[in-house]
Ligand binder design. Structure first.
Ligand SMILES: [Zn+2]
Length: 201
């Protein structure tokens, strides 16, 4: 049991990184939105993501979907559940190529990157009925990217009032334990591009 001390909730690893990343307690909705995501990767040790071999977005497609939390594999990009979601269903659209910047995408990659972002929104609307979304790419460490070396687009479903309590429960195991279920739900709702493929149910 935890006592209520009235102190600001801390994330594991806060002590070592808070100052360096200037995570101030300014009541800014946008900052609150991304901070848990950043903290989660920081506490995992951002230093370990310096090259392609260690890059989680390069490694993920090499693993089974259940393990990597991938919900869909496209031709040039894939969609994966954020391991450290701000909200349930927080998806990331990632190119397979280890490129850092949006301008590095080829025309073909750009098209599919956008298409998968749209489909992610449609699928989330279908399975979770969010009332809003935040889409975005943090470019560079200065721009807030937890993994700056590998481009990724955030697709964050929003529900009214979620900003008030999700930063708190995102620290708990509750979300982590349901990641597998969320992945399966999103993956099953993802439209199949193969001709004739339809959902069984
Ligand atoms: Zn990578």
């Amino acid at each position: 049991m935890q006592e209520t001390t009235g102190a600001v909730p801390e994330y594991p690893g806060d002590d070592g990184v808070t100052d360096d990343f200037g995570l101030a307690g300014v009541p800014d909705a946008f900052q609150r939105l991304w901070t848990p995501h950043r903290m989660a990767y920081i506490k995992g040790g951002q230093h370990q993501f310096k090259n392609v071999d260690d890059c989680p977005f390069c490694v993920a497609p090499e693993r089974e979907d259940d393990d990597s939390l991938i919900v869909y594999r496209g031709r040039t990009s894939y969609v994966v559940l954020n391991l450290f979601p701000y909200n349930p269903g927080h998806l990331l659209v990632c190119p397979y190529r280890h490129i850092p910047d949006y301008t590095d995408l080829t025309v073909e990659e750009t098209a599919e990157f956008a298409e998968l972002t749209q489909t992610a929104m449609r699928v989330l609307r279908k399975v979770a009925n969010p009332t809003g979304f935040n889409l975005g790419m943090n470019q560079g460490v200065t721009g807030g990217a937890g993994i700056a070396g590998h481009l990724h687009q955030h697709v964050v479903p929003r529900w009214g009032g979620d900003g008030n309590f999700f930063p708190i429960i995102a620290q708990t195991k509750a979300i982590t334990q349901t990641l597998g279920e969320v992945r399966q739900q999103v993956a099953e709702a993802w439209p199949q591009t193969t001709a004739g493929a339809t959902d069984a149910e």
